[in-house]
Design a protein around this ligand. Structure first.
Ligand SMILES: [Zn+2]
Length: 255
């Protein structure tokens, strides 16, 4: 069985945004569903291995708030700050503890050039070449965002349940779409669900998100990477999009 916990459900800024003057950032409270760390997830495998998807700059508080056990592996989708640079928070931790990080070759280049003093075993993966941790087969899958971005396709080899974790994106190639079709859950990017920032070509824009979601087939479609730009609360989003699950920090699933 895979136990999945959302450690964060916010876009790159998180909610509240730094010095955020939008309505949500102004009124959000620490323990509400509108408080969102940068998007990340924890997966616990059958025999208790701890996998963390993305190393966000919030990892210090995420590990504390969700009482995480020592991580066996981090999976990094791409080199953007909110996905990779949390490794910088682990300088002292990695002096004392072994840590394996999986990322693609471009992510490795960013790691090498900016944070190679962080002592990790960096394993470079290739898209569509699966590897295994405990009972979970993990396939990095190409998604369209910035050059060389991968999502992750998780298959529990005991239960045969399948989860697709599609990080920041503006679309997915056909090969990825075919692989993730009919998953038990597809977790995907809703950065601009209700707001249009048209000068950001790396994410789906407001009018593109629902048509993209309609093409996906899964038992549950979970929206994450939520931004505060839309001035809608978690409750507002749930009411407006009842056909989708709106992620929140601490949300749990078992597969
Ligand atoms: Zn990104």
């Amino acid at each position: 069985m895979i136990k999945l916990t959302f450690l964060g459900s916010g876009c790159w800024q998180g909610i509240p945004a730094p010095f955020g003057d939008d309505e949500i950032s102004q009124k959000v409270e620490w323990d509400s569903k509108d408080f969102r760390f940068r998007t990340s997830a924890h997966i616990q495998t059958e025999h208790g291995k701890n996998i963390i998807v993305e190393a966000t700059p919030d990892i210090r508080l995420q590990s504390w708030k969700f009482k995480l056990g020592k991580p066996d592996a981090f999976l990094i989708s791409h080199w953007h700050y909110d996905h990779l640079f949390g490794l910088m928070e682990l300088d002292w931790y990695t002096e004392k503890n072994k840590l394996t990080v999986y990322g693609n070759s471009i992510t490795k280049e960013w790691y090498d050039s900016r944070m190679s003093h962080i002592n990790v075993d960096f394993q470079v993966f290739e898209s569509y070449k699966p590897f295994e941790i405990d009972n979970v087969r993990i396939t990095p899958i190409t998604i369209n965002h910035v050059e060389d971005t991968d999502g992750f396709f998780f298959e529990d080899m005991t239960t045969n349940k399948k989860i697709a974790y599609l990080s920041d994106l503006r679309g997915i190639p056909i090969k990825t779409a075919e692989l993730v079709k009919d998953s038990d859950a597809i977790i995907t990017d809703a950065t601009y669900l209700e707001s249009d920032i048209s000068d950001d070509p790396t994410h789906l824009q407001k009018e593109q998100i629902i048509p993209f979601l309609r093409k996906l087939s899964a038992k549950e479609i979970i929206l994450t990477n939520i931004g505060s730009y839309q001035d809608l609360t978690h409750a507002d989003l749930e009411q407006k999009f009842p056909q989708y699950t709106i992620a929140f920090d601490g949300m749990k699933r078992e597969y």
